[in-house]
Design a protein around this ligand. Structure first.
Ligand SMILES: [Zn+2]
Ligand SMILES: [Zn+2]
Length: 346
């Protein structure tokens, strides 16, 4: 029997799940960001300005869903203020929090006193909040207990949570293996990569998984400057979401169900297991590979210059989770989340 790893029903929708506008430190307005991403073939943008949760339901139309969210930063700012640590050495943890439905208006973990980036100093007056919410005027610290409290609380409230750009954040094994509550790691961050950082994080993903924390992967732009220029951070990394239809609810359902993969180029059109054999169909590739929890991998490489568009791998239940990477002809990657043999009846 065929077991589809991405839901069989529905369509793929191209999504940028991490985005900044001129409501925080981006250059363009939310509407300009929408227009630009639509011109690139995107159907979904999650608006995740720093610190300010400002819904953009007016931007949703028949061919576009604006998801409402914000990015929260945890850093030892007081070390910087006290000149104990230079800013460029301070570790940070950034998470995006995407609201489960478009009717949520109030910002949880409202930063009443501190923590505002760029224009958020001015635009925070647009933020609605509930002073009776236990998270009102929340004091945040760069501490895994604090970070986990936020992630767990927001997870309980139905939010979709990503753990962002660990490389840019200078975080290492001792940091990210303590985090519990995120749904997905940003395995590629287009903006950080464009700036020159090695922000392709497959090793971080394996570290987290091998520590027993079953999370998925997304890729996103973290854009601040839309436009087609050399240093634009748009359209560089995205998440392909397979959802029944293009509505806020259906997209959130797909995110919470894990029906998506991360990409900076290649497309994966089919991904299923049948009689213990994994089948991958994709756009033209130079390599298709499977990595396991154990020290085990399988790879199919291009031969005689004939691009690969599919591959089959006989899976073993003895090697723990597996995940797939498609390497395009230009070296760009598409990455699936990890799948576990026991969930597939292997
Ligand atoms: Zn960030
Ligand atoms: Zn960001």
């Amino acid at each position: 029997m065929k077991k589809h790893l991405l839901t069989e029903k529905g369509n793929f929708y191209k999504a940028n799940l991490h985005c900044h506008t001129n409501l925080s430190d981006g250059l363009q307005s939310p509407a300009e960001v929408k227009d630009f991403y639509k011109s690139l073939g995107y159907s979904v943008v999650a608006y995740t300005d720093h610190d300010v949760f400002i819904p953009h339901n007016d931007l949703t139309d028949d061919n576009f869903v604006a998801l409402n969210g914000f990015e929260m930063e945890f850093a030892n700012r007081y070390d910087c203020y006290a000149n104990k640590t230079p800013w460029d050495r301070v570790k940070q943890c950034h998470v995006c929090l995407i609201a489960p439905n478009p009717s949520i208006e109030n910002q949880p973990f409202y930063p009443k006193e501190n923590y505002v980036f760029g224009n958020a100093v001015q635009t925070r007056k647009l933020v609605k909040f509930n002073p009776n919410d236990a998270t009102f005027n929340f004091e945040r610290w760069y501490d895994h207990n604090c970070i986990n409290y936020v992630m767990q609380t927001m997870r309980d409230r139905g939010y979709f949570i990503t753990y962002n750009h660990p490389t840019w954040s200078l975080e290492d094994y001792n940091d990210y293996t303590k985090y519990k509550g995120m749904h997905a790691l940003e395995i590629i961050n287009g903006s950080s990569k464009m700036l020159g950082n090695p922000e392709y994080n497959p090793n971080v993903y394996d570290d987290i998984l091998r520590n027993g924390n079953r999370i998925n992967v997304v890729a996103s732009d973290d854009n601040h400057r839309v436009g087609g220029t050399l240093y634009s951070d748009c359209g560089r990394a995205w998440t392909m979401i397979k959802a029944e239809k293009l509505t806020y609810d259906a997209i959130i359902t797909a995110l919470l169900s894990g029906d998506y993969y991360a990409s900076e180029g290649p497309e994966i059109s089919e991904l299923y297991v049948e009689d213990g054999v994994l089948k991958v169909k994709c756009s033209s590739a130079q390599a298709i590979k499977v990595n396991y929890e154990a020290r085990k991998s399988q790879i199919k490489l291009i031969e005689n210059n004939a691009p690969l568009t599919e591959a089959e791998f006989t899976l073993s239940k003895d090697h723990g989770y597996f995940r797939v990477t498609v390497v395009g002809l230009d070296g760009k990657k598409a990455c699936t989340s990890a799948y576990y043999p026991e969930d597939l009846g292997l």
